[in-house]
Design a binder for this molecule. Sequence first.
Ligand SMILES: Nc1ncnc2c1ncn2[C@@H]1O[C@H](COP(=O)(O)OP(=O)(O)OP(=O)(O)O)[C@@H](O)[C@H]1O
Ligand SMILES: [Mg+2]
Length: 506
Amino acid sequence: MPSTKSPIIGIDLGTTNSCAAFVQEDGKVKLIPYKGGDYTIPSIYAVDDKGNELIGHEAKRQWQLNPKNTIYAAKRLIGRSPKDDVVNTMRDVVAFNLAAGDRNDVVIECANRTFRTVEVSARILNKIRTVASDYLKVPVSRAVVTVPAYFTDRQRQAVKDAGLLIDLEVMRIINEPTSASLAYGVGKGLKETVLVYDLGGGTFDVSIIEIRDRVFEVKATGGDVFLGGIDFDNAMIKHVLADFQSKHGVDLSTDPVAMQRIKDLAERTKIDLSSRAEVPFNIPFITMTPQGMPLNIEMMFTRKLLEQLTSHLVDRTLKTCAQVLVDANLASGSIDEVMLVGGQTRMSLVQERLTKFFGKAPSKGVNPDEAVAVGAALYAHSLEDNSNIRLQLLDVIPMAIGLEKAGGEFHVVFPRNAAIPNAKRIVATTSYDNQDALAMRIFQGDHKLVKDNELLGEFTFSGIRPDKAGRVQVEITFDVSVEGILTMSARDPATGKEMKTTVRVT
Ligand SMILES: Nc1ncnc2c1ncn2[C@@H]1O[C@H](COP(=O)(O)OP(=O)(O)OP(=O)(O)O)[C@@H](O)[C@H]1O
Ligand SMILES: [Mg+2]
């Protein structure tokens, strides 16, 4: 039953599909349907040739014909620097143009306009909000939004910024696997250690979570923000292109419409191969010979071939699982349940390999498409004033946060898997007479050299009192919030005076 007062909704802002849910007055979680049907909305934004904006299903429906102005997988780009390898890899496979923005971010060119990635995510969030408001018949203004556990501070901040752009109050950012564990564990009085294996469209996350009734404590997390169903599709596409080239001597990769048709069929074939052993892969009139003869793609795709083409991707996920077990100081046998989340976990190879790895079959305890949104809705509900459920989420940061030392070395302030919220203080001193400002560059990542990590920002503390070198101390506080977002402040311990802090991301 739609409620009369606007609830805080839970939103799973996915790379390929987004989903929203809320807790009804009777305490049950309800997924918000789109026009009575689907519970998910494709995370796709497009502009058609008349200049109309299309979001979700409408955008997906036309993307074969309008690939250049159809933006998908913006989540892979959000909060990233244009120099990032991930961005370069993405540039090779998408039909829309990516360029460098002026905030060390990526911008997308679409229909003669330039969009910041947060603007694209904001539009998708807004669509979800509109669908929810229509369904609930009250304007929705507050939400809990999930992000991959493996998102950095900058990526989390970017999602909050997307909310700000559309006046949606993001009450709390929570991690997708943690959210899924809520869907599994809330209200059951459990005492279990679960491992959430979340392989979605664009990202892979794994978290080990200890559930003690209403306390959900993340022991360790790991992942890859550039590994998901899209990469399985791309492995298939690469094979189809090579096969076509060898049969006809034609490279289809430069033809955006042909590529889009192949991409579409690759994904559908991949999905069919989760329930069938072989599926024909045929596309008529994909191109023409210079003589004007039409050429078709005609081949058979077997599950075996798909497995051959993608088993290295599954290997990568298992390597991460092994590392996360080490980080949590647990043996694979001490995991009570392995929860599967994300559409790509329907692939039988994934399930078989996990069964072998953990010595037991994964749990069927949650719906892989809905668990993240359901958990977000449960958490959202616990934040309501009149709520009678109190949930305690104890999460961690996915990668170390620290500062640049002389010579480009990385000095770790918070190690990977440090519990959040968390605060640390370091004391620095001036290095020359009358130094009035101190600058430091902060990074996130697990590499020894800062150049291999992600720059979070360059912080400048100014207003240092004039004195001889080494005589003034600057006490710098690093604060990581429950959402995994860093703020910094500095004070003069002798006077107690706060210094002015400015952040510059270049
Ligand atoms: N039956 C299936 N077999 C194999 N893959 C599938 C199946 N159903 C869906 N997928 C794949 O799952 C992916 C989408 O999963 P999901 O909706 O969980 O991702 P998402 O939440 O949008 O992404 P992310 O969580 O990475 O941001 C797509 O790549 C899709 O092709
Ligand atoms: Mg997901």
